[in-house]
Design a protein around this ligand. Structure first.
Ligand code: AMP
Ligand code: MG
Length: 521
């Protein structure tokens, strides 16, 4: 196996001088060296061929013992020094102090094809940041991260990627619902890959500790490597940096809203400095379109991270990042203005995204009302988001409200709930939509093609991941591959997989793992 190792984070930023793997507060450093835990009986379950290629590896490489052992943490690749990052974060709105990579271990960085990739294992054992936990991950959450991060990539959403999914051969104890029923589960390790794994929290911890010299070092490093287009200096440079992070964060959340993805734990330690979707935990996909929905049972009471609140939380988190960067800028006004612009930029991009979903060209019309009314109408009766938007592409300029509704009513979960009053709302909305379609210059077919590029046909519905998990727990890993292949082409028709273009089955409505997930992973 030949990899072009080119470490930057660990060579350019300060390391923790303490080399013990003991849980502690790590001061004056960006990371601590650690050695991954040896596993009992590692077994490779799946490899992303696309990611192999990105790293300059081949299928033959992936079949070697070396690959198996390096990407499960059993052996350390020649001349590399694995490490865990130090970061803090605001969890559910409160400052939580030092968190850090408690069960993630960075192996090395690879330079290939003019790209830089950080390679990290999730679930490879404890680190100085493991706090009261074991540093391990279970198969169920590893399958969810592995499949979803790759699926998001193919959906066109900025995300961390995954290279491989392996069993460790060890048993891991977890209390899934935190209700005093711990049980052993299969341990697993995901090797994930991204340009970097730096979070808002990496900056927050340094600012909180008033470690401004290291804060500046980290900001300069991040800008030089991940925002090379920024060429200004002094305060201007950090303001330009914050502006870019703000814009990338907005773009990422707009993508989430477009496809119905709910992250579930948008704590600042789970916010990537490069605007990537990161840390797939109790995430979920909207089935019924519902602004109040969150899959995370840990958040069931306040629903802080519900679908309809993700944009606001993006802003809240950027506010924390602004506070952390303040010592480098020492002027609140420009930061405040950048935050104040957030809502209007978001609104503008959101409408543009909804216009695309509706197949409307952004001419002079203001589609705010059409969009707003649709959001309300979609929530009057449980309506499957993915199916609704995909079927909407069949509606033509000639359709009446009634014939249009017939084309999408498969998306309704329970037709007995489709009261006359709700029918009126739908008729009204389709009348508006039909009027608006008459202004469109594109043909029905052209519009449908464009819509099908932003409205996926296949997403990783919560129950689909759970079916793959159930089978995997019985030792059958075939569904992992089937879903992996399916989700590589989420916008294509794929008739062989038509059975996955279906509403959530009733059994999955209130099932653990499908609609109820916790942070336990
Ligand atoms: P998360 O909610 O998964 O983003 O994790 C929040 C913090 O808890 C991070 O610092 C994680 O590294 C840490 N953490 C989560 N699960 C574990 C685990 N099993 N062992 C050690 N640390 C963990
Ligand atoms: Mg996290």
């Amino acid at each position: 196996m030949k990899l072009d190792i080119h470490n930057t984070f660990s060579t350019l930023l300060p390391a923790d001088k303490n080399l013990e793997n003991s849980r502690r507060q790590v001061l004056d450093a960006c990371f601590s060296y650690v050695t991954p835990k040896k596993t009992t009986h590692p077994e490779l379950l799946h490899v992303s061929e696309a990611m192999l290629t990105e790293l300059g590896l081949t299928k033959e490489d992936a079949a070697t013992n070396e690959f198996l052992h390096v990407f499960t943490g059993n052996s350390v690749f020649t001349n590399t020094h694995p490490y865990a990052m130090c970061y803090g974060g605001h969890q559910f709105g409160n400052w939580a102090g030092q968190l850090g990579d408690g069960r993630a271990i960075n192996l090395f960085e690879v330079a290939y094809n003019n790209k830089q990739w950080a390679v990290q294992l999730k679930g490879a054992g404890e680190t100085p940041y493991s706090r009261s936990a074991d540093g391990l991950a279970v198969l169920r959450s590893s399958i969810r991260e592995y499949l979803c991060s790759e699926a998001m990539h193919y959906l066109g959403v900025p995300t961390t990627r995954a290279l491989s999914l392996s069993l460790s051969g060890d048993q891991v104890l977890r209390d899934i619902l935190y209700n005093g029923n711990p049980a052993y589960e299969k341990g697993a390790i995901v090797c994930r890959v991204a340009p970097n794994f730096i979070r808002f929290g990496n900056f927050e911890i340094l600012a909180a500790r008033k470690n401004y010299a290291t804060l500046k070092q980290l900001a300069d490093y991040t800008i030089a490597h991940f925002y090379p287009e920024i060429t200004s200096s002094g305060k201007e440079k950090y303001l330009a940096f914050f502006t870019e992070v703000r814009n990338k964060t907005i773009d990422m959340i707009i993508h989430w809203q477009r496809i119905g993805f709910v992250h579930g734990v948008m704590n600042t330690d789970n916010m990537s400095i490069s605007g990537l979707t990161i840390d797939y935990g109790p995430y979920g996909w909207l089935e019924g379109y519902d602004w109040n929905w969150t899959p995370n049972t840990t958040d069931a009471q306040h629903k802080r991270y519900r679908y309809g609140n993700q944009a606001y939380i993006g802003l809240w988190n950027l506010f924390q990042l602004a506070n952390a960067l303040y010592p480098l800028i020492e002027e609140a006004t420009p930061l405040q203005s950048l935050l104040e612009e957030y809502n209007s930029i978001y609104e503008q991009k959101y409408i543009a995204m909804m216009q695309q979903k509706l197949g409307l060209e952004p001419n002079n019309s203001n589609d705010n009302e059409l969009t707003g009314r649709l959001e309300e109408t979609l929530q009057l009766i449980e309506t499957d988001m993915t199916i609704f938007f995909r079927k909407l592409a069949h509606v033509t300029k000639k359709d009446t409200a009634i014939t249009a509704i017939e084309k999408i009513n498969d998306a309704f979960y329970n037709l007995t709930e489709y009261t006359e009053e709700i029918q009126e709302h739908w008729k009204n909305w389709f009348t508006l939509y039909s009027n608006r379609l008459q202004e469109e210059k594109r043909s029905d077919a052209e519009r449908a093609t464009a819509m099908n590029k932003v409205n996926p046909k296949y997403v990783l519905r919560n129950y689909m991941a759970q079916l793959a998990i159930n089978k995997a727990n019985e030792g059958d890993y075939s569904l992992i591959d089937e879903l992996y292949q399916l989700l590589k082409q989420p916008y294509s028709e794929q008739p062989a997989y038509q059975h996955w273009f279906a509403k959530r089955p009733e059994w999955a409505r209130h099932k653990v793992g499908c609609s109820m997930l916790s942070c336990s992973s």
